[in-house]
Design a protein around this ligand. Structure first.
Ligand code: F6P
Length: 361
């Protein structure tokens, strides 16, 4: 992929946007080292996502800025969930400010590291005439167009470690342990960590659950002599009854039950249905913190250096992606406005079912 001619991009801006995740710094390092070392580009670091470009909170980066950061968690640039196109009137001002600063710093391209929302904004900015290049990050692995996003592997390892630890508690106390992972709309993290941690039940948003079916499975386990069970649930999971409701009714039902998180609600439902002692653990932000796994460091570095090559060639309007086992790029329209969910016929679901895991139905 290495580009041999003169670099089309002379100066680019770089920002990280959306929820942070392990591997962001490794990716920043990958882009910057290759862009600076191989192609002699100028790099404008933008603080706190799109907000920094609105406010002009920026500074040119030197090699010292992107040295020694490969293993660091979080993002040296800071992040925010700023969505400049969201509110109409203020939104117009924000987009105007972004364009103004893009011009002011003579950017040839804006490199955005983020998830679905980040790429949706990136595409809208591209339609406003800016050159945009995306890198897919998120622990949810729910970005359309790429097999993997960096951050996912690290989060999976954290969740699996947590499930292992809770396993021994479940066994000692003869309990059902319900463990909640992140993943509002997509259940990749719960599914992978659930399989890796030997979950007896895995509940994901894509498959609305039936508590009676789950109770049957847990009772059968108990009858066969298994005194404990592990239930892994994604934060966005919903019951079959809820899946038939509109958003408003669902919200009302949830606030009536008094449970803010699915883990506590599922634990209560399991206890009521089976009479088994049940406990809930919400893994929360721990899943997104700390050092990236070796696998994420490699993926982020590959994405970063591939992004530098695309910048050099001037192949804007794209997102770097893992396609099969290689690294390529897809048009920004592929991830923008979409969420990659677990398909109903994903082979991993069959893998889970084949080892006796209940998928909530
Ligand atoms: O980055 C995606 C994600 O990890 C979701 O799974 C989760 O619901 C969300 O971030 C929560 O992030 P925050 O509270 O920081 O906005």
């Amino acid at each position: 992929m290495k580009y041999k001619g003169e670099s089309v991009t002379k100066t680019f801006g770089i920002l990280t946007s959306g929820g942070d995740c392990p591997g962001l710094n490794a990716a920043i390092r990958g882009v910057c080292r290759a862009a600076y070392g191989r192609y002699h580009m100028n790099i404008l670091g933008i603080a706190n996502g799109y907000r920094g470009l609105i406010d002009g909170d920026v500074r040119f980066l030197e090699p010292v800025d992107f040295s020694g950061i490969l293993t660091r968690g979080g993002t040296i640039l800071g992040t925010s969930r700023e969505k400049p196109f969201k509110s109409t009137e203020i939104g117009e001002d924000k987009v105007r400010a972004i364009k103004k600063n893009y011009e002011k710093y003579k950017l040839d391209c804006l490199v955005v590291l983020g998830g679905n929302g980040t790429h949706t904004t990136g595409r809208l900015l591209a339609q406003e005439g800016l050159n945009i290049l995306g890198l897919p990050k998120t622990i949810d692995n729910d970005i359309e167009g790429t097999e993997r996003s960096f951050g996912f592997h690290s989060a999976m390892a954290i969740c699996t470690d947590a499930i292992d630890r809770l396993h021994s508690i479940a066994a000692s106390h003869n309990r059902v342990m319900v463990i909640e992972t992140m993943g509002h709309k997509a259940g990749w993290l719960a599914l992978y960590a659930g399989i890796a941690g030997g979950g007896d039940v895995i509940i994901i948003p894509e498959i609305p659950y039936d508590i009676k079916a789950i109770a049957r499975h847990l009772n059968e386990r108990a009858k066969s002599g298994k005194s404990f069970s592990i239930v892994v649930v994604a934060e966005g999971a919903l019951s079959a009854e809820e899946s038939r409701m509109d958003k408003k009714d669902r919200k009302r039902l949830r606030s009536d039950t008094g449970f803010t998180s699915i883990a506590y609600r599922a634990a209560k439902e399991i206890e009521t249905e089976t009479g088994m002692e049940t406990r809930a653990t919400v893994l929360g932000y721990v899943q997104r913190g700390g050092i990236p796994s070796a696998s994420d460091r490699v993926l982020a570095t590959r994405f970063g250096t591939a992004a530098a090559d695309l910048l050099a060639r001037g192949e804007y309007g794209t997102m770097v992606a893992q396609i099969g086992s290689g690294i390529g790029a897809v048009d920004l329209s592929v991830p923008a406005g979409k969420i990659k969910k677990v398909p109903k016929d994903d082979s991993l679901l069959d893998t889970a079912a084949a080892v006796g895991t209940c998928l909530g139905t």
